[in-house]
Design a protein around this ligand. Structure first.
Ligand SMILES: C[S@@+](CC[C@H](N)C(=O)[O-])C[C@H]1O[C@@H](n2cnc3c(N)ncnc32)[C@H](O)[C@@H]1O
Length: 256
């Protein structure tokens, strides 16, 4: 009898360990609806040709890939990077919270017009080391914030794209938005993934975005521990704003 109980406990622990993300997802009350890519922008609507969906000219982009074994941190998936690059094509002013290696920043620069200006805010190692978190901030997100703040040179440094990019080394909680109100067509929120940081970046973005602009959030993945605060905060915000999740990505968006 004792052996059977012991085996049952082992089976329960193992199945929890294997399925914990699914279990957490099952219990999380999510109110954000997922939508097809066509809802994000007209550029993504496709037409059928010989049973294939031919991409529109607007969705053909400049692109590069970084092999996963290069150890570059905090990257978007190729599909997410393509979506962001397509949106950059029609954006004159772009703001990014969280630069990291500068992969997305560089894609923004490679795909936008010559007149486009891109601001990107990030922490260096010194700023991250003195960063004061709030009591309820997710602990894994706190650790990731530290490890992802190691870049001072970026993928676009010393390339022709650098002239379109303004890197701001500052804690986004200290960002003064008084001169940035309604200035941006596209804002990408991918900075700190703690509750206090995502709340700060989202509230500031809502002031900074223009009418007919778009805000996108990265790492909306329910059940993933390090992204718990992103899912929690976006669900709260979705009671006031029409936020949607893009299927097959960890991106959410809001059109203004
Ligand atoms: C997930 S990475 C960004 C990845 C990048 N957007 C990309 O697509 O390659 C997170 C970045 O946010 C920055 N960050 C975290 N908290 C921040 C804060 N409070 N203010 C400014 N930057 C912050 C980190 O320094 C790091 O560079």
């Amino acid at each position: 009898m004792l052996i059977e109980i012991f085996l049952l406990v082992i089976v329960c622990v193992l199945s929890y360990q294997i399925n914990k993300k699914k279990i957490r997802k099952f219990f999380f009350k999510n109110n954000i609806k997922s939508c097809d890519i066509e809802e994000v922008d007209n550029a993504f609507s496709t037409f059928e040709k010989d049973k294939l969906f031919t991409p529109k000219k607007d969705t053909i982009i400049n692109f590069f890939c970084i092999p996963p074994n290069f150890g570059v941190l905090g990257m978007t998936s190729d599909y997410e990077a393509w979506i962001l690059s397509v949106l950059a094509k029609k954006s004159k002013r772009i703001f990014e919270f969280g630069t990291c290696s500068g992969k997305t920043t560089m894609l923004f620069a490679m795909n936008s017009s010559d007149q486009t200006l891109i601001d990107t805010i990030t922490l260096d190692e010194a700023l991250a080391n003195t960063y004061k978190h709030e009591t309820n901030d997710n602990k894994i997100a706190q650790r990731n914030l530290l490890s992802e703040s190691k870049y001072e040179k970026f993928l676009f440094s010393e390339t022709p794209y650098e002239k379109k990019i303004n890197v701001i080394f500052q804690d986004s909680r200290q960002l003064d938005t008084s001169k940035l109100k309604e200035k941006f067509d596209l804002i990408f929120i991918d900075g700190g993934h703690t509750y206090s940081c995502i709340k700060n970046d989202s509230e500031k973005s809502l002031e900074m975005i223009k009418a007919n602009g778009i805000i996108l959030w990265h790492d909306f993945s329910i059940g993933k521990k390090s992204h718990k605060d992103v899912a929690r905060y976006l669900n709260e915000l979705s009671t006031r704003y029409k936020i949607k999740h893009i299927k097959n990505t960890s991106l959410c968006f809001l059109k203004t």
